[in-house]
Design a protein. Structure first.
Length: 667
C-alpha cells in the first residue's frame, strides 16, 4: 500500500513560475472514509467534500444533481422537474470549469462544455466527492490536474462474503408527477479474481406539477399576475444501462465498463408573457466504453492505463410557432487514452508523470456547419513530500490543443501551462487540527459552440483562465465514547479570479451576436462546514451536517459598464444547508434544509432584476427488514415540505410539495 505523501520541490518551482492560483476543497458533508476505486489509500493533503454509502442513500435525492445541493460552495442550475437540465457551478467560476469524472475518467462535452448531472442516477452510486482546485493526490491522469473544481462519481464495486456468488438488488420508486422509476442491479462472482455487475433503470414522468405564477410591479407592488397553473412539456422517458467487469491481477487490478443513456424529454421553457407551453423536445443517446488497468512493480513503481471511447447523439426539435422551426441532429465522438506513473523515491517523497491524449469530433445536419475536430494533449509532472506533520504537493500541466475545421480557416494551436501547489500542516501531534492552503492556475478551452456556432462563434477566442487562492483550517475530534461520539469543523477563505471570460456580445444589430474574451470576475468567499454525531440513548445515533457559503462574485470587466462591480447573475451572497439524520435500530429518519439567499438574474444589480431568496425542507422516513440473506427497505419522502413557491432560474418554477415512495429488495 502506497504511503500518502505530499510535495515540496515542485511547489517552489510552481510558486516562482506563477504566484497566482488556488482554491481549497472542504472536507465536508460526510465523515466516512471514501470506499471507492482509488489508486491508493494515502490521506489527501486537502480532503474532499463527500457523500457516500448509507448517508447518500438517505438523502431525498433522485439524481446526482440533487445530492450536490448539500455541498458547500456549489451553485446548482435546475430548470425544474425530473427531466429538467441540471448543471453545477463550483465557487462561481462557471460550469465549464468543473470537471466531472465517472469511475475515474472524465465525462466531456466538446459542444458546450457542460455535463447534465440529472442524467446520472443514485441507484448504483457508491460515493460522490467534490474537490476545489483538484484532487490532492499525484497518482492520477494529467486531466485530473486540469480543472478548477472536480466532481467524482464512483459506482458500486461488487464485494462478496465467503460463500456468496451473486447479489441482486431491485428498487422501485414512484410518486408525484406520475413518476415510475424501477431499477435492477445484479452482481456476479465469476471467479476468485473476476467480478461483474449489471445495472439498469427506467425513468418515466409526465413532469406535470402545479405552480403559482405571481408577479408584482416593481415600484408599486401592484399584483400583475397571480394564478396557479400546471407545468407543461416537462415529460421524460429515459433508460440507463451499465455493465462492468472487475478483475484482480498480481499487485494490481483492472476494470472495463460500458454505459448507455437514452432519453426523450420535453423542454418546458420559461413562463413569460402568459406562454405556458413550449414546442421544444430533446432526444439523447449517450454511450461510452471505458477501462482502466493498474499495477505496482516492486512496491516502488506504480502505473495506470486508462482508455475511453464515447459517442453522443442529440436531436433537438423546436416546433414553437412563434419562432423559426428547428430540427437538428448533433453527433459527438471522443477517444481518450491516459498513462500515469508514480515512483516512491523514499518513504516520504513521491514523484509522478502522466500523459493523456483526447480526440473530439463533431458533426451536425446544419447549413454551414464546419465539422470541427480537436486534438488535446496533456502532460503532467507532480511531486509529493511529507516531512513530519507538514505535507506538500505540487504539479504542473502542459496543454497543447490543435483544432481542425472544414469549410473555414482553422484557428491557431494553443499551448498553456497550469501550475498548482498544495500545503497542509498539523501543528499539534495528537489533535485532529490542521491548517491548509493552495494556489492554482487553470483554464478552459472555448467549446465548439463558442468557436464555431453559425452567426455567433469566434474562432480567435483565447482560453478562459482562473487563478485560485485558498487558506483554511479543520478540526476533527477523536472522541468515540459518551454522548458526543464525533464532531468536525472546517472553514476556508478563498479568492478566485477569472480572466478572458468568454461572453456573448452584441455586434451591430441586436439580433447578431459574437463571442469575445471580454469578461473579468473576482470571487471572494468563505465556505464553512460542521458535523456532529451524538448517541443520546442506546442504539440511537443522530448526525447533523451544516454548511454555509458566503460569496462576493463581482464583474470587474470595464469601469464604464453600468454593472461594474455588481454581483454576477444567479450567485447568492449567502447560501447553506442542514441535514439531520437519525438512526435507531432498523429505522432511519432524514430531514434536509436548503437555503439560497437573494440574487440578481441579470448583470445589473437593480430592483427590476432582484430575485427573492428561497428555501426548501425535505423529510424522509425508512424502515429496513432483514431475514436470512435478504434485506428489504421501505422509504417515504416528502419534498418541499412547506410547499414553497420558488425559482432557481427566473421564470422556471420549481415543484411545490411532492411525494415519493421507494421499495427496495436486496439479496
Amino acid at each position: 500500500m502506497i504511503k500518502k505523501a505530499v510535495i515540496a520541490p515542485l511547489c517552489v518551482a510552481v510558486l516562482s513560475a506563477h504566484a497566482q492560483t488556488g482554491v481549497a476543497p472542504l472536507d465536508s458533508v460526510q465523515r466516512l472514509q471514501e470506499v471507492v476505486v482509488v489508486s491508493d489509500s494515502r490521506q489527501s493533503v486537502i480532503p474532499s467534500q463527500r457523500l457516500q454509502g448509507d448517508e447518500l442513500r438517505r438523502l431525498n435525492s433522485l439524481s446526482v444533481a440533487d445530492a450536490l445541493r448539500f455541498f458547500a460552495g456549489v451553485q446548482l442550475k435546475d430548470y425544474g422537474g425530473v427531466g429538467g437540465i441540471k448543471t453545477v457551478n463550483i465557487r462561481s467560476m462557471g460550469t465549464n470549469h468543473v470537471g466531472v469524472f465517472y469511475d475515474g475518467i472524465q465525462l466531456s462535452n466538446a459542444q458546450n462544455g457542460q455535463v447534465d448531472l440529472g442524467m446520472f442516477s443514485l441507484d448504483n452510486m457508491q460515493a460522490i466527492s467534490i474537490y476545489n482546485g483538484q484532487k490532492s493526490q499525484i497518482f492520477q491522469s494529467a486531466k485530473d490536474f486540469n480543472s478548477a473544481g472536480s466532481i467524482y462519481m464512483w459506482t458500486r464495486r461488487p464485494e462478496f462474503a465467503p460463500g456468496e456468488t451473486f447479489h441482486v438488488k431491485a428498487t422501485l420508486k414512484s410518486g408525484s408527477f406520475d413518476l415510475v422509476n424501477p431499477a435492477l442491479l445484479i452482481e456476479l462472482k465469476l471467479s476468485d479474481k473476476v467480478k461483474a455487475s449489471f445495472s439498469g433503470e427506467w425513468v418515466s414522468s409526465s413532469g406535470k406539477y402545479k405552480f403559482r405564477y405571481r408577479r408584482k410591479a416593481v415600484m408599486t407592488d401592484e399584483i400583475m399576475y397571480d394564478t396557479t397553473a400546471v407545468r407543461q412539456n416537462g415529460d421524460i422517458r429515459a433508460t440507463r444501462m451499465e455493465a462492468a467487469v472487475f478483475g484482480d491481477i498480481t499487485d494490481g487490478k483492472w476494470m472495463l465498463k460500458a454505459y448507455n443513456y437514452t432519453s426523450e424529454r420535453g423542454v418546458p421553457g420559461a413562463i413569460v408573457n402568459n406562454v405556458w407551453r413550449r414546442g421544444e423536445r430533446i432526444w439523447d443517446n449517450n454511450s461510452f466504453v471505458q477501462g482502466t488497468i493498474e499495477r505496482s512493480f516492486g512496491g516502488k513503481y506504480h502505473t495506470r492505463m486508462a482508455a475511453k471511447y464515447a459517442y453522443y447523439l442529440t436531436k433537438y426539435v423546436n416546433r414553437d410557432t412563434t419562432v423559426m422551426a428547428v430540427d437538428n441532429v448533433y453527433r459527438q465522438k471522443e477517444f481518450y487514452l491516459s498513462a500515469s506513473h508514480l515512483y516512491n523515491l523514499t518513504p516520504f517523497w513521491d514523484i509522478s508523470a502522466a500523459y493523456d491524449v483526447q480526440w473530439n469530433n463533431m458533426d451536425a445536419d446544419m447549413y454551414g456547419f464546419v465539422y470541427p475536430t480537436r486534438w488535446h494533449h496533456f502532460v503532467s509532472v507532480a511531486t509529493a513530500l511529507r516531512l513530519g506533520r507538514l505535507k506538500m504537493q505540487g504539479s504542473v500541466v502542459f496543454n497543447y490543443v490543435h483544432d481542425r475545421v472544414r469549410l473555414a480557416a482553422s484557428p491557431g494551436d494553443k499551448t498553456v501551462w497550469t501550475p498548482a501547489c498544495f500545503v497542509s500542516y498539523a501543528p499539534f501531534r495528537d489533535a485532529g487540527f490542521s491548517i491548509r492552503g493552495f494556489v492554482k492556475r487553470s483554464f478552459r478551452m472555448p467549446t465548439f459552440n463558442d468557436l464555431y456556432y453559425a452567426e455567433m462563434g469566434n474562432s480567435q477566442l483565447r482560453p478562459e483562465y482562473t487563478n485560485q487562492y485558498d487558506v483554511g483550517l479543520a478540526y476533527k475530534s477523536r472522541t468515540r465514547r459518551g454522548l458526543l461520539t464525533e464532531w468536525a469543523v472546517q472553514v476556508d477563505g478563498y479568492l478566485n479570479t477569472v480572466h478572458d471570460k468568454i461572453v456573448a456580445y452584441p455586434k451591430g444589430a441586436q439580433f447578431r451576436w459574437t463571442m469575445l474574451n471580454l469578461g473579468r470576475v473576482h470571487v471572494k468567499g468563505i465556505d464553512a462546514t460542521a458535523s456532529l454525531t451524538v448517541n443520546p440513548v442506546r442504539e440511537l445515533f443522530i448526525t447533523t451536517h451544516l454548511q454555509y457559503t458566503y460569496q462576493e462574485a463581482i464583474d470587474v470587466t470595464n469601469p464604464s459598464d453600468t454593472y461594474y462591480r455588481d454581483q454576477i447573475p444567479y450567485i447568492p451572497w449567502h447560501s447553506g444547508s442542514a441535514t439531520v439524520q437519525a438512526v435507531w435500530r432498523s429505522w432511519n429518519m432524514n430531514y434536509s434544509f436548503i437555503y439560497t439567499g437573494e440574487r440578481y438574474n441579470q448583470q445589473e444589480n437593480i430592483v427590476y432584476n432582484h430575485t427573492q431568496p428561497w428555501y426548501t425542507s425535505d423529510l424522509s422516513l425508512s424502515k429496513e427488514f432483514s431475514w436470512s440473506r435478504y434485506t428489504a427497505r421501505v422509504q417515504l419522502e416528502v419534498n418541499n415540505l412547506f410547499s414553497q413557491d420558488y425559482d432557481v432560474i427566473l421564470n422556471y418554477p420549481m415543484p411545490k410539495r411532492n411525494y415519493r415512495v421507494t421499495l427496495m429488495f436486496e439479496l
